[in-house]
Design a protein around this ligand. Structure first.
Ligand code: KG4
Ligand code: ZN
Length: 338
């Protein structure tokens, strides 16, 4: 406690960001330090799990120290530790979990293991101090595409998910074949701004009637086929047009399915979360459609969309207030479902 305020320490290491945050009263960030490994994995065109684990190990103590200094908090002031326990890369998760357990044990602080997808949703509570459940959440990241009803702070109903690739994964793969680099999401977002989305048509994949699930592997192949056919015919490929057309096809499906679900479920509030929620076209289309449908739209600042520990601290805070607690047997769950 500091001046009567409940202090949560959050730790995130599920993929390629080592992050530690200090959050007051569940929603107020005192510090949120993020050490990104993007530069290290860039040369491989994607995250290499073993290299990610090693860098988490190298960085975690420094990031922890920095987070405490910036927040002007000592470990003795911390009331709760929240750590991502899945889904994610097993070796990467274990570094955060081992750190959290060590602090919990040595300083006698309660520990809560957090589902990374729940963490992404919670970024919205930090951004919007007044936001409360129930609402519909669309979580779109490099590893997940999930549509969920947030019934309460720690109660969720899964409504839809991808049957193959996650949206961010599709962006990263398409960016690679377009020669744009890694991570592909922000690069496609940028380059698409100068392209014409109607120059090429990629089929919108809605699956069977009424389905709330998604599929993005087909469009990835369609882009690849388009590029190969153009090369064979020695046609000029205008990368911004292809990027814009791909982005439009993906976002249109995401927006339409999400809005239909919100209406069917009679939910007046919609929150976006995860790395792809930083996408400017997704935000634009959602704004447009939500306005038409009278739905209130929420999305966090870009830095809170991608992986960070503040969102994990917030999730831990609400889980703990709802009587959830982990013990020192807490393990990493790479395929933890939602
Ligand atoms: O949430 P996140 O940091 O990590 C996971 O939990 O997966 O999301 C990373 C993903 C990457 O696939 C990245 O390409 C994508 O989010 N991303 C974007 C944008 N910024 C990040 N995708 C589309 N547009 C963006 N502006
Ligand atoms: Zn994530």
């Amino acid at each position: 406690m500091i001046n009567g305020k409940f202090i949560t320490l959050g730790i995130e290491s599920s993929c390629d960001e080592t992050s530690v945050a200090v959050v007051s009263e569940g929603r107020q960030i005192l510090s949120n330090i993020i050490a990104s490994q993007i530069k290290i994995h860039e040369i491989f065109g994607g995250v290499v799990p073993e290299i990610a684990s090693r860098h988490h190990l190298k960085n975690i103590n420094r990031v922890l120290e920095e987070a405490l200094i910036e927040a002007n908090v000592e470990l003795k002031d911390v009331d709760l530790i929240g750590v991502t326990c899945g889904p994610g890369l097993v070796g990467a998760l274990l570094i955060g979990i081992a750190t959290a357990k060590a602090i919990s044990y040595t300083h006698n602080i309660p520990l809560v293991g957090v589902n990374h997808i729940q963490g992404h949703i919670c970024a919205n509570y930090i951004q919007y101090k007044e936001l409360e459940p129930p609402f519909l959440a669309l979580i779109v990241s490099g590893g997940h595409t999930t549509l969920a009803k947030v019934e309460d702070y720690n109660k969720f109903q899964l409504l839809g998910r991808t049957r193959d690739d996650a949206v961010g994964e599709a962006f990263d793969k398409v960016a690679r074949v377009l020669g744009l680099g890694y991570p592909g999401g922000p690069l496609i977002d940028q380059v698409a701004k100068t392209g014409d989305a109607s120059a090429v048509f990629f089929k919108r994949v809605y699956l069977e009637k009424g389905s709330r699930d998604f599929s993005f592997s087909g469009i990835k192949t369609a882009v690849l086929n388009y590029l190969n056919a153009a090369k064979m015919k020695e046609e000029h490929i205008h990368v911004p047009d292809v990027a814009a057309a791909f982005q439009e096809a993906v976002m249109e499906v995401l927006v339409n399915k999400t809005l239909t679900t919100a209406k069917e479920e009679k939910l007046q509030k919609l929150a976006l979360a995860g790395g792809v929620a930083a996408n400017s076209r997704l935000r634009e289309l959602m704004e447009e459609q939500c306005k038409k449908s009278g739905i209130e739209l929420y999305y966090p600042d870009k830095i809170l969309c991608t992986d960070n520990a503040a969102m994990i601290a917030t999730a831990a805070y609400y889980n703990f207030k709802n009587e959830e607690q982990s013990n020192l047997y807490l393990d990493a769950y790479p395929n933890l479902s939602f």
